[in-house]
Write a protein that binds this ligand. Sequence first.
Ligand SMILES: [Cu+2]
Length: 179
Amino acid sequence: MAAKAITFLALLLQIIPAAVYGANIIVGGTGGWSLSVNYDTWAKGQTFTAADTLVFNYGPTHSVDEVSQADYQNCNTDNPIASYSPSPTSIPLTAAGTRYFICPRSDHCSRGMKLAVTVTNGTTPSPPSSTTPSPPASGTSPSTPAPPPPSGATVVLAGWNSLFVGALVVVAALFGVVG
Ligand SMILES: [Cu+2]
């Protein structure tokens, strides 16, 4: 009974993070992990974030190896980072970075069963960028002009984050002028 409870808990712990924070991404869509999908094209239409899970669906003539970038480029099957089979194979994307997968069977990699996935940190808000102009030092150097506030069009196009940063810049500039 204890073993059953532990198994259940382990299952929950596996499922809950993916259900709450990330998506299951079916590699190749309905084409699955096969010789009939162009994975470069497929991956370009997808967004991979650090909470997502890759799901490989494939037949018994295929399997999944995670490999280095060099081995991905050369279709070298001799030195996999990890090997998976049988289908389905679920691989959590736990961090930002690029990961490489190939099918190590026969010549399948050179025939197109190779996938590079660029994982981003996703929707985590990033702090204001360091490119924000610093407010002028008030009074000490009158020859230094205050940085111009961003134009309205730029603010609208760049979105909410830049709007916020832009407002900060304007306030900083006002304080510089008044003080
Ligand atoms: Cu294959």
